[in-house]
Design a protein around this ligand. Sequence first.
Ligand code: ZN
Length: 288
Amino acid sequence: MKIASIGGRLSLITGVSTAIDVNKASDGVFCTDPQSIYARWDEFTAWAATADRAEQIEFTTADLGAPVPAPQQIFAIGLNYSEHADESGLTVPEAPTVFTKFPSSLSGPITTVTLPPGGNTDWEVELVVVIGRTASQIAESEAWSHVAGLTVGQDLSERNAQFFGPIPQFSLGKSFPGFSPTGPWVVTLDEISNPSDLELGCTINGKQMQLGRTRDLVFSVPSLISTLSTTVTLLPGDLIFTGTPAGVGVMRDPKVFLKHGDTLVSWVEGIGEITQTLIDATSSSNPS
Ligand code: ZN
């Protein structure tokens, strides 16, 4: 199934532009908050399997919000594709390199993002994992069963802020407002034929900037969940941004950064795409 936020309400997608409102279809058993179901994941999936789909609602992509709008924790992984480590001039780490994107940076699939001053905002398309069951000390072989589903994310990164000071500040540099767009929905694993090998990429104004496959992750989704769960307890509704393939702007010669009026489209095979329009803070007009 595809789980979405439509007008801020928890919804199940049933067609190209149709859905059911979970709160109404369940006669109030489940509340309207899209974040709420992950704490009741088994109960929710059991209900959804036989849910009454008689009362359909119409939606457009403009109605979609962040499908997981308020996770307690967001994990993000650096240098998790070897070609991206290569372009960064760094060796592949021996263990996952972990930082956070603060939840206030989350937004939905179709957004306008204000570029911070400095002109060094970069793109990073990523597969994003949504945790469905509490995970502590989990073996890799059990990891997928702790995943509710997958979504598309952009790990937008202001490189000046990220690398400011004697110790890089990844978490701040990647948490400006709107810097964590996600969506268009969460797709559960039963709808994805091979969640370990999905093509992903992004374009700017129609030009391909990144293209990769998740089979090339240095640390796979099960490996990330297992490793993270040895230190922290992963909670239902948490997000893991799994890392970006090669092709970011900061490592190009000359460097390329997002600029006013750019349209950034990011996608993952079998899930969907998200679209961000970039504007300058000094601009009062939306180019779209
Ligand atoms: Zn990233």
